[in-house]
Design a protein around this ligand. Structure first.
Ligand code: NAP
Length: 249
């Protein structure tokens, strides 16, 4: 499905990003695994190679514009082009009501979860224009369309990712670049370990999903891989929840 394609995945040392890197490689793409966590990133590369795929690691902090342009340069240097990017890196941030939300936590969540997607897309789009097109998938969340108490920065950043996705998709659709966003509900990853460690909190979380369980990273990766592939050739500027029925309540 992705044979001969070159893909970047940010935040690919862990959780959903690792599953996306494995899924892309399994579909035939050459994958640049990127993260601030070098050990975890190298582990993802090893997993891809063990499964018979092709991947390299490139460190980048998505909140640093120069890291994002450097990541795209490294990709084009290694593989000659860029066809696919999944802007997945993100952090949960503090949990606190808006009036008490620490300013530094607000700034960090917006810098990574929203500005990080912007910095990455700027360089990715330039490279894709040179290559004649491409596909970008931005990792939003169910909290890109609904609110979650005590997560004002995260909720605002993910709503922003949807807006950015829609604006950019219109700008580049005619030049062959498709840009979409996906919105997972709660997925078993290190990000939500804090919430999962309290049995009562975990039960309350599960109850928000009519399907009766949290999601698995592979289930999100399957959607991202489809959106990144030629099979999704008419899909652009849209938001795709993958949420066990969370938004249907
Ligand atoms: P995760 O397991 O914590 O993985 C996120 C990865 O991103 C980590 O390896 C993390 O490194 C890395 N990262 C953090 N800040 C970064 C930065 N500035 N630059 C580059 N990499 C950075 O989380 P996940 O659950 O897989 O989340 C992946 C994405 O899915 C996020 O955008 C998240 O908001 C979104 N999402 C998750 C859920 C969920 O329930 N898990 C639901 C909806 C959406 P460190 O570990 O070193 O910080």
């Amino acid at each position: 499905m992705l044979n001969d394609k070159v893909a970047i995945v940010t935040g690919a040392a862990s959780g959903i990003g690792r599953a996306i890197a494995l899924s892309y490689a399994g579909a035939g793409a050459r994958v640049v695994v990127s993260d601030t966590d070098t050990a975890g990133g190298e582990e993802t590369v090893a997993l891809v190679r063990r499964a018979g795929g092709d991947a390299i690691f490139a460190a980048a902090d998505v909140s640093v514009p120069g890291d994002c342009s450097g990541l795209v340069e490294r990709t084009v240097g290694a593989y000659g082009r860029l066809d696919i990017a999944c802007n997945n890196a993100g952090i949960g941030g503090e949990l606190a009501p808006t009036a008490d939300y620490p300013l530094d936590a607000w700034n960090r969540v917006i810098a990574v979860n929203l500005s990080g997607v912007f910095h990455c897309m700027r360089s990715q789009i330039r490279a894709m224009l040179k290559g004649g097109g491409g596909a970008i998938v931005n990792m939003a969340s169910i909290l890109g369309t609904v609110g979650f108490a005590n997560a004002p920065a995260y909720t605002a950043a993910k709503h922003g990712v949807l807006g950015l996705t829609k604006a950019a998709a219109q700008e580049y659709a005619a030049q062959g670049i498709r840009i979409n966003a996906v919105g997972p509900a709660f997925i078993h990853t290190p990000m939500i370990e804090r919430l999962e460690s309290d049995p009562a909190a975990l039960a309350a979380l599960v109850a928000m999903h009519p399907i009766g369980r949290l999601g698995r990273p592979e289930e999100v990766a399957a959607l991202v891989t489809w959106l990144s592939s030629p099979a999704a050739s008419f899909a652009t500027g849209a938001y795709y929840p993958i949420d066990g029925g969370y938004l249907a309540r």
